[in-house]
Design a protein around this ligand. Structure first.
Ligand code: FPP
Length: 252
């Protein structure tokens, strides 16, 4: 049976976040430079975007470039920025045909002007679409985001727009880059590493974590289906007691 047929279509996570890891190791194993791995990772992005759209996932957030990635060698950063510009330019038509909307989170002003320009054009031209929302995290980190929230809240408090007594977790959420999105139900990280690596620190509080040894350039639709099937087998309790043990307690 096709793996996708094992998925319960009524319990698809609304928001899936992905740490696309292992491009460098994949390239090294093939005797190529790191950018060779990143280039081959684009096909995996296509596959995941298609699979998520077909299943009815509402938000797919991809960690495409972290705040820490700026510390990589200049050559790799330039290669990645070119790849991003070209991929966005080349894929926008296909994304549009698939009714995908594009959103970006992160410190966008850090990105080269050409990347910012292409991103703005694509975000704009896909803004009327109603299908999957593809969220690219670029020059993003959870600590950057939370620091930025604190700064903007302090500025609003200083100008009288915000009363510190009103601050609760809902209000903090309204300042996050993801304020319009539900928290991810599922985080997938490839390449066998088991870390959050400064991704969506606030939003991942109750997220189910799924780790796979597959390196990102080898990641295909079937791997995504496997992660969804695994997620659907889990019981999410959000700090409360299990439904099963509640039934047991009520009956005893
Ligand atoms: C991590 O692998 C991957 C990245 C830092 C870049 C991911 C970017 C892409 C897949 C390019 C295309 C993306 C989009 C959204 C158009 P790594 O280099 O840290 O791998 P390693 O841990 O094996 O060194």
């Amino acid at each position: 049976m096709d793996l996708s047929e094992q998925i319960d279509k009524r319990r698809i996570p609304k928001h899936v976040a992905m740490i696309m890891d292992g491009n460098g190791r994949w390239a090294q194993r093939k005797g190529g430079e790191r950018i060779f791995g990143h280039r081959n990772g684009v096909e995996s992005v296509r596959q995941v975007v298609e699979a998520a759209g077909e299943l009815g996932v509402e938000y797919l957030t991809l960690y495409a470039f972290s705040t820490e990635n700026w510390k990589r060698p200049r050559k790799e950063i330039d290669g990645l920025m070119n790849l991003l510009t070209n991929t966005i330019a080349n894929e926008t038509k296909k994304l549009n045909e698939n009714n995908v909307r594009l959103l970006v989170i992160g410190n966008i002003t850090d990105l080269p002007n050409s990347v910012q320009k292409h991103l703005a054009q694509s975000v704009n031209s896909l803004s009327v679409n109603t299908g999957l929302k593809l969220v690219l995290a670029l020059s993003y980190s959870g600590r950057w985001e939370i620091t930025d929230v604190v700064k903007r809240m302090c500025l609003d408090a200083k100008s009288g727009k915000l009363d510190p007594d009103q601050i609760d977790s809902c209000l903090v959420e309204s300042y996050l880059a993801t304020s319009s999105m539900p928290d991810p139900e599922l985080l997938i990280r490839t390449s066998g590493e088991r870390r959050i690596s400064n991704f969506l620190l606030w939003q991942l509080a109750y997220t189910e974590l799924y780790f796979t040894p597959v390196l990102w350039p080898d990641y295909r639709k079937e791997h995504f289906y496997e992660a969804i099937i695994d997620y659907q087998r889990r019981e999410r309790r959000f700090g409360k007691v299990s439904e099963k043990s509640r039934v047991f307690t009520n009956n005893s």
